[in-house]
Design a binder for this molecule. Structure first.
Ligand SMILES: [Zn+2]
Ligand SMILES: [Zn+2]
Length: 238
């Protein structure tokens, strides 16, 4: 409602075409969807419709499949950037529309849950909201699968983008964990381990965050993990 009120005073401008009214208009959403050229997120090989080639699937067994919308560039990059770094919460809706469209021809088990990769707590505090959790909730209402944000927890406060790739890999291994309530058992009600998980994040950079999360999930008995991201970092051409 607050956003509707603000929208009346200062209307949204589409990040794609500049049209007034929505943060990302229907035309720009359908443009992004049409422009999907699936490539493997690990090795860049062309894929049929998903984003994980057969040989990388054998190497990275923690994922049963990977799906991304587009590389990090242009209007979609602006949409995610303004959502995440400028706290433009309303950008969540078109992003959820784009993600649910990406899942359109994918068979998702009825019992699947959406699990957002937990955001670093200091980022949640500085932005005023948890962008991945919000996105998971918006997606949940579109694909009719519940959100579960009780299984994975963040254990440190390191800002990842400050680190190089190898440090990032080392850090991330330490900074995600299974909630102690699930790992050790407790007298509090324990969240059940789901069979199937849609692991959600906004961007795939090195893949280390998603991979660590997927391995932890498989380690507690999750049968299938579908990794879903909005953007992937384009590979550097030397
Ligand atoms: Zn537009
Ligand atoms: Zn590959």
């Amino acid at each position: 409602m607050v956003d509707n009120l603000l929208g009346a005073i200062s209307p949204h401008i589409c990040k794609g075409c500049g049209a007034i009214g929505l943060p990302f208009c229907r035309c720009c959403i359908s443009d992004v969807i049409k422009r999907n050229h699936p490539i493997c997120l690990y090795c860049g090989a062309p894929c049929l419709d998903n984003n994980l080639c057969k040989s990388c699937c054998k190497k990275h067994k923690c994922f049963d499949d990977l799906l991304a919308v587009a590389e990090r560039s242009g209007a979609l990059k602006r949409l995610v950037g303004d959502y995440k770094y400028n706290s433009e919460v309303e950008c969540c809706r078109p992003l959820a529309d784009i993600l649910s469209n990406r899942l359109q021809n994918v068979s998702i088990p009825q019992t699947a849950v959406i699990l957002p990769v937990p955001t670093i707590p200091s980022h949640v505090r500085s932005r005023g909201f948890d962008h991945t959790l919000y996105l998971a909730r918006q997606l949940s209402s579109r694909i009719n699968r519940p959100v579960n944000n009780k299984i994975l927890i963040r254990t440190d406060n390191m800002a990842q983008h400050m680190q190089n790739a190898s440090n990032r890999r080392k850090l991330i291994r330490k900074s995600l964990a299974i909630s102690p309530r699930l790992a050790t058992g407790s007298l509090l009600p324990v969240p059940a381990t789901p069979d199937h998980v849609i692991l959600l994040d906004d961007i795939w950079t090195t893949g280390s965050t998603m991979e660590t999360a997927a391995k932890l999930l498989k380690g507690i008995g999750v049968k299938s993990v579908l990794g879903l991201v909005v953007l992937y970092q384009p590979k550097r051409v030397n």
